[in-house]
Design a protein around this ligand. Structure first.
Ligand code: MG
Length: 386
């Protein structure tokens, strides 16, 4: 009967760790749109060698897991320690014991099927097998931020999961084990079980810190064969000089013997940047969103346009990672105002000022800007899907 050869899986998700940031435990936080735990579960469930799957959950989070359960997947409440949680799952499986059990960490969402293959294959020859990566970096001992010694790395491994076991001996080992344990390999070894090391995989990372989400999302995008969605847009604008006493450029008012003519405040730099963002989104230009024929935009502050474009980017799931504006004029001198312009654009965009550039050039007195008939601006914006 097939049941006799079954490999069951236990996925540990009872921890409440929030070192990864946020107020929700890391295994429930979304990774590229799906909870970390849902991805870990899918990796195990989609492997043809796995039968029953038990999720070990914190008692307060049983309801949250409901969408993940059903069919071969069931849940059991975890205990106060990792060892107690595993014990609870093993006891639940013991009513109908499988031949083997793989115990996986629910915070490792990118488990490659080949790692599962290697663990199961090794269990034909050993009562226990676990994936690991040999340590390749030098290892230091540090005290108070200073290197206090170098450790030999030969024979050292970084342990991963799933850790695999023949069921009867690991159940007996857990029943005999008192107190806490780092992992199930520690419990197995305490019971005298031989543990084979198989090759782990760098993509099988454990989500621990906030930056691990970004790294996992990149690996996921690569694994799914799609490039990160990075978009670049450009914008160009020109406004003619007219009588006045100041010009608005990139949100900064600069006293000047003339003004710029336009329907709004004629902020040529901000218009170019706004169009660059619309361009990256392939959403037309300022004229489409704020028709000049509509009197409500007469004399409008251009920050309204730029804030709208930034809002459209956010609504579409993009972060603006770079904005670069070049103003083309003989006068006024831009350099004394460039820092204030960067700060103002960054404020409106809702991004850090070090992602915003404002610079200027003359046209060597050539052309309409050289004759000081008006000011031109060029802008580039880069957007990255988050
Ligand atoms: Mg304009």
């Amino acid at each position: 009967m097939q049941q006799a050869a079954e490999t069951a899986a236990v996925i540990l998700a009872a921890g409440r760790g929030t070192r990864a940031g946020g107020d929700v435990p890391k295994q429930w936080q979304p990774l590229s749109g799906r909870p970390v735990l849902a991805r870990a579960l899918a990796a195990v469930r989609d492997h043809p060698g796995i039968g029953r799957i038990l999720l070990v959950l914190h008692p307060d989070e049983m309801a949250r897991a409901a969408p993940l359960l059903g069919g071969r997947v069931a849940a059991v409440a975890g205990g106060a320690t990792r060892a107690a949680s595993v014990r609870a799952a093993l006891e639940a499986l013991a009513a109908e014991p499988p031949a083997r059990v793989l115990i996986h960490d629910g915070a490792r969402p990118l488990l490659p099927p080949a790692v599962i293959d290697r663990v199961i294959a090794a269990l034909a020859h050993a009562p226990a097998a676990a994936p690991a990566l040999a340590v390749t970096d030098a290892l230091w001992r540090g005290i108070d931020g200073r290197v206090a010694g170098t450790l030999a790395r030969e024979g050292l491994y970084r342990a991963q999961t799933p850790q695999g076991f023949r069921f009867a001996p690991i159940l007996a080992a857990h029943r005999a084990h008192a107190g806490a344990a780092d992992d199930d390999v520690a419990v197995a070894r305490a019971a005298g079980l031989d543990v084979a090391i198989v090759a782990g995989d760098e993509t099988n990372l454990k989500i621990t810190h906030p930056e691990d989400f970004a790294r996992a999302a990149q690996l996921l995008a690569g694994a799914e064969g799609r490039a990160m969605d990075i978009r670049c847009g450009n914008g160009v604008d020109v406004h003619r000089f007219a009588p006045g006493e100041a010009v608005w450029l990139c949100g900064v008012r600069i006293p000047f013997p003339r003004g710029l003519e336009g329907h709004s405040d004629a902020d040529v730099g901000m218009h170019a940047l706004t169009d660059a963002i619309y361009g990256a989104l392939a959403e037309g230009d300022i004229g489409r969103h704020f028709p000049p024929s509509d009197p409500q935009w007469k004399g409008a502050a251009s920050s309204v346009f730029l804030a709208h474009a930034a809002g459209r980017a956010r609504a579409r799931g993009f972060a603006i990672t770079s904005a670069d504006v070049t103003l083309l004029c003989e006068r006024p001198k831009i350099a004394p105002h460039a820092e204030a312009m960067r700060a103002e654009l960054a404020r409106i965009l809702g991004i850090a000022a070090d992602r915003v550039s404002v610079k200027a050039t003359t046209s060597e007195r050539l052309g309409f800007t050289g004759r000081e008939e008006g000011i031109a601006a060029l802008a580039t914006a880069t957007l990255v899907a988050g």
